[in-house]
Write a protein that binds this ligand. Structure first.
Ligand code: G3P
Ligand code: CA
Length: 302
């Protein structure tokens, strides 16, 4: 690794396994999280949805159709297949299928669990990461995203579950992300409301920004939006698709904000060099990527 980096911490950027090693194996599964960790990712990202019986599960979409075989096993409910219309027991009968470029196998990878491609609960993802950290001495972080509806109850549940599983400290590379400004404000205040001040005092809150958002451009940005965000978040999850720039990252750093970019999807070492290098030089603090191995190998070469 290089001696110094332009990141806020001066450390190497975090490799954040977006939906697990989702470029290689079915997304949001324990198999995909395990492979990402074996590839050297620093952090695993589960998006979160809530089941009918109130359990947080790792799933990007609000419906089960894109990633599972639900249509083979169940009739539609309320006209569709919303996660919130199915119980955890029902969802546990489903198989998560490959999406995008992922396969159901990866050369050299043998899952350690018997059911690597079912839908895990948020708690199961954290238990898996904790078991790995305990065994290996590593400090793999967890980076949940509160998906819609981003309710107060959901945010409280996420915080409580993170606290009970020991993911309470930003120095352990643990963050929470949400596209909801209101949700981010709730998360930043909730430690007081829940009486959890000490437990989560150092937990980071990453504020996602929509693609093309005027936030990136200081000349079109309305009022002091960035400094306002810095009052209640510790980091920004930014889309690579907008007018993102090195100047924006420097401005965020001056406000004490980390900048994590999404989503890097290089499929070759050459593409990784092309995609990651400008943002490494710009001081980006974390790379959300479907391809953990290519990100790790890129950083090892720089
Ligand atoms: O969490 C960063 C990025 O994942 C946001 O996009 O749709 O993949 O959750 P999405
Ligand atoms: Ca996400």
């Amino acid at each position: 690794f290089a001696a110094t980096y332009n990141t806020l911490s001066g450390q190497a950027p975090l490799v954040i396994a977006h939906r697990g090693a989702s470029g290689y194996l079915p997304e949001h599964t324990l198999g995909a999280y395990e492979l990402a960790i074996r590839m050297g990712a620093d952090v695993v990202e589960p998006d979160l949805q809530t089941t009918r019986d109130g359990v947080l599960v790792a799933m990007h979409d609000s419906t089960l159709t894109r990633t599972t075989n639900v249509e083979d096993l169940f009739a539609p409910r309320n006209g569709g297949y919303r996660v919130s219309d199915f119980t955890l027991a029902e969802i546990k009968t489903l198989t998560v299928e490959p999406t995008r470029t992922a396969s159901t196998s990866y050369p050299g990878y043998t899952p350690s669990m018997s059911d690597p491609f079912t839908v895990p609960t948020f708690a199961e993802v954290m238990e898996f990461v904790n078991a790995h950290n305990t065994t290996s001495g590593a400090k793999i972080g967890i980076y949940p995203e509160a998906k819609t509806p981003n309710s107060f109850a959901m945010n409280a549940q996420i915080l409580e579950e993170m606290q009970s599983h020991g993911f309470t400290d930003r120095s352990d590379n643990s963050f929470i992300q949400t596209f909801s400004h209101e949700g981010a404000r709730q998360l930043s205040l909730m430690q007081d409301i829940l009486g959890m001040d000490n437990a989560i005092a150092a937990l980071g809150y990453a504020q996602l920004t929509p693609e093309g958002y005027a936030l990136y451009d200081s000349t079109t940005r309305t009022s002091n939006l960035l400094s306002d965000l810095a009052l209640f978040v510790d980091g920004l999850g930014v889309s690579l698709g907008g007018a993102l720039s090195a100047e924006f990252i420097a401005e965020a750093h001056a406000l004490g904000l980390q900048v994590h970019g999404w989503t890097f999807r290089p499929t070759t070492a050459e593409a990784a060099e092309e995609q990651f290098l400008p943002w490494l030089e710009a001081g980006m603090d974390g790379f959300f990527t479907d391809y953990s191995l290519l990100a790790v190998e890129f950083l090892e070469a720089h």
